[in-house]
Design a protein around this ligand. Structure first.
Ligand code: 4NP
Length: 164
């Protein structure tokens, strides 16, 4: 029996610079999706609220930490959130409260996208924000990966139950 074709669900991860947290979230979530029942059915992207790093690859520290866990960030390039993103994506997930405030200020009156904090999907975390690792030490990049792995599992479960 063939299944009816479903419109793809789409998720945009957003941080400040789009070179540390949101590219990490994108790669982690894409990896989890690829080995799930939703493989090929979800479009994933990332963007930044700021324009500081447009066109740049993710931070070398994020790339190195991700590579240690088997994620490849090397081909991603930074871009800024655009007005069209609010009409195109189903979910726009912010890494921290500042990012969410910026997104809410940019959003059109009737966006297609639901806006939320990414960590709202993390089941066993009392943290609400993915801390910005840019000005800190190596530990920060491991924390970003830990939180992204945790929240991605929760997001995947939510999308799986929503598309069943
Ligand atoms: P991200 O990290 O928002 O996780 O990509 C940052 C990257 C760059 C800067 C701040 C945060 N910056 O100030 O240049």
């Amino acid at each position: 029996m063939t299944h009816p074709r479903q419109a793809k669900t789409s998720v945009l991860f957003v941080c400040l610079g789009n070179i540390c947290r949101s590219p990490t979230a994108q790669a982690v979530f894409e990896a989890q999706l690829a080995s799930s029942a939703l493989a090929g059915q979800v479009e994933v992207d990332s963007a930044g609220t700021a324009a500081y790093h447009l066109g740049k690859a993710p931070d070398p520290r994020s790339r190195a930490a991700a590579r240690e866990r088997g994620y490849d960030l090397d081909n991603l390039r930074a871009r800024q959130v655009s007005f069209e993103d609010f009409l195109r994506f189903d979910y726009i997930l912010a890494m921290d409260a500042d990012n969410l405030t910026q997104l809410e200020a940019m959003a059109p009156e009737s966006p297609r996208a639901s806006l939320a904090l990414f960590l709202d999907f993390a089941a066993r975390s009392n943290k609400r924000e993915v801390p910005d690792p840019y000005f800190g030490g190596e530990d920060g990049f491991e924390t970003v990966l830990d939180l992204c792995e945790q929240a991605s599992r929760g997001l995947l479960m939510q999308l799986q139950s929503a598309t069943r």
